[in-house]
Design a protein around this ligand. Structure first.
Ligand SMILES: [Zn+2]
Length: 251
């Protein structure tokens, strides 16, 4: 970890890096050019930041991944359950998960508390990027992404490797009954009559339910809301904040 946050900090999963065939990174707020409250590596264009700064930040992040934002594919995220199979760069309407078998097209998810999830099947050469907020998780976006990987691309769930990036976690994610009632009891923590959602655990359980191996799931264990220096958090910053990116591409 750098002492100052003037240098770019990008998290990677050692599990995904243990296999050849893909490259990925989870951005932090360190190392960019934006001013407060978007300081400094805000990668979201629609949060009120100066567009020139966001474009500069995106260049810096993609440079670190030896890639190019112009080659990326991203969805306009709506907390839904729509999955796009992509074979060219672009922006796809109403999309919260992307799948590709094409090399050098970074699949991008933007977050500021929701969990970014990577699925990589090295035998078949398939990657997926999922925007896993609680709504999409409840709607079955993880199950549906894996089903498409299996049905359309011959993936074996036992071979899929997954990384769960920085997200809000049970330490900070108080939810009311309208949310907690949609999740199993073992992902809800109770403290002083308040309930807290463990969304990474909910994701893990659903991935295992689809036939994935627990040792093939790498949870970053990083909480966006606790780590103000490193992460934007929609909940903590009451909506006035930047966005991180997760990008993954086949090499
Ligand atoms: Zn926390």
């Amino acid at each position: 970890m750098a002492d100052t946050l003037t240098d770019l900090i990008v998290y990677q999963s050692s599990l995904l890096n243990s296999r050849n065939g893909s490259c990925h990174g989870f951005s932090t707020r360190a190392g960019g050019v934006s001013n407060s409250p978007y300081n400094t590596l805000n990668l979201g264009l629609s949060v009120g930041d100066i567009p020139e700064n966001v474009h500069k930040n995106r260049e810096l992040f993609f440079q670190a991944l030896k890639s190019d934002p112009q080659q990326s594919a991203q969805g306009i995220q709506v907390h839904g359950n729509t999955i796009q199979i992509v074979d060219h760069p672009g922006v796809f309407p109403a999309t919260d998960a992307l799948i590709t078998i094409r090399k050098n097209i970074p699949l991008v998810i933007k977050t500021a508390d929701c969990a970014p999830v990577i699925l990589f099947e090295p035998e078949q050469g398939v990657i997926a990027a999922v925007h896993a907020g609680w709504r999409s998780v409840v709607k079955g976006i993880l199950e549906n992404t894996i089903r498409i990987m299996v049905r359309d691309f011959n993936c074996n769930p036992e071979n899929i490797k997954s990384a769960i990036g920085p997200s809000i976690r049970s330490c900070c994610y108080e939810v009311k009954n309208d949310v907690s009632s949609r999740f199993p009891d073992d992902v809800i923590l109770w403290e002083n009559s308040k309930s807290y959602l463990d969304i990474p655990k909910a994701i893990q359980l659903r991935l295992i339910d689809q036939g994935m191996q627990i040792e093939n799931i790498d949870d970053s264990q990083l909480c966006t809301a606790c780590n103000e220096k490193l992460f934007f958090s929609h909940r903590r910053d009451k909506g006035k904040t930047g966005r991180m990116m997760m990008a993954v591409y086949l090499t």
